[in-house]
Design a protein around this ligand. Structure first.
Ligand code: 0O2
Length: 214
């Protein structure tokens, strides 16, 4: 490997500094607490589990550098803060398709949060077949500094696909590229059908329960 540009090395150092990372860690914890509270309230209201998993991660300095270079932004701390919406990233797993949009509405209605951008890869999946709802949200840290955080919301079935596909992409090796992509896309379509069917079953059960009561 050749010598790394001094500018890049400096950027990597800055991205790893505690003073840079702390507000991001802080907003992740804050958002996690918010989501946990939402989960308690809505699970009770709905009579079932609303959110089944909440995880978060801070993007590595190397991954920040790759993205900022790829997007041709100036390589510095300010542009990273401004343009990288996913330095702090949360992943929220729901059971049903409609829960994704319910949660998105709850997030939009939260006065402390400012939704910067929403990308609906459920309605319009990525070329790979990837499905998720992505929201870039701005939230104040404990010190009152605003930071962006990317919230990926998906069903358990969509998550299964994304996790396995991510693993395959690194491991694919010999397998023919076109066949690999086609097979994975087909799986994503099947998963969408299953998600729709599971939602339908839930709605039928809810109607049946209501009729029983009347
Ligand atoms: P990491 O750090 O490894 O999680 P932008 O131009 O900034 O709006 P950007 O950031 O390119 O758009 O993002 P996009 O496509 O909205 O979402 C990027 C993230 O979504 C990825 O993170 C993955 O977590 C997920 N993702 C997107 N496409 C796919 C896919 O085809 N398969 C899987 N498994 N996940 C996907 P990163 O960037 O990889 O970073």
């Amino acid at each position: 490997m050749g010598l790394m540009k001094e500018e890049y090395q400096e950027f990597l150092n800055q991205m790893g500094e505690e003073s840079f990372l702390n507000p991001y860690r802080d907003v992740c914890r804050k958002m996690e607490q918010k989501l946990e509270k939402i989960n308690i309230d809505y699970s009770e209201k709905l009579g079932r589990t609303f959110i089944s998993q909440i995880t978060y991660r801070i993007k590595t300095p190397e991954s920040c550098l790759n993205k900022i270079v790829k997007k041709k932004y100036p390589v510095n701390r300010r542009t990273a803060r401004e343009y990288l919406g996913d330095i702090a990233g949360m992943r929220v797993i729901c059971s049903f398709l409609d829960d994704i949009y319910k949660l998105a509405e709850i997030i939009k209605a939260d006065k402390e949060l400012k939704v910067i951008k929403t990308k609906d890869y459920v309605k319009k999946p990525k070329a790979s077949g990837y499905q998720s709802l992505h929201m870039i949200v701005e939230i104040p840290s404990a010190e009152g500094e605003r930071r962006k955080i990317e919230i990926q919301i998906r069903t358990q079935a969509m998550n299964f696909w994304a996790v396995v596909e991510h693993h395959f992409v690194y491991k694919k090796g010999e397998y023919e590229k076109d066949a690999f992509e086609k097979d994975l896309k087909e799986c994503a379509r099947t998963i969408y059908k299953i998600d729709k069917k599971m939602l339908l079953i839930r709605k039928k059960m809810e109607t049946a329960k209501k009729n029983e009561k009347n």
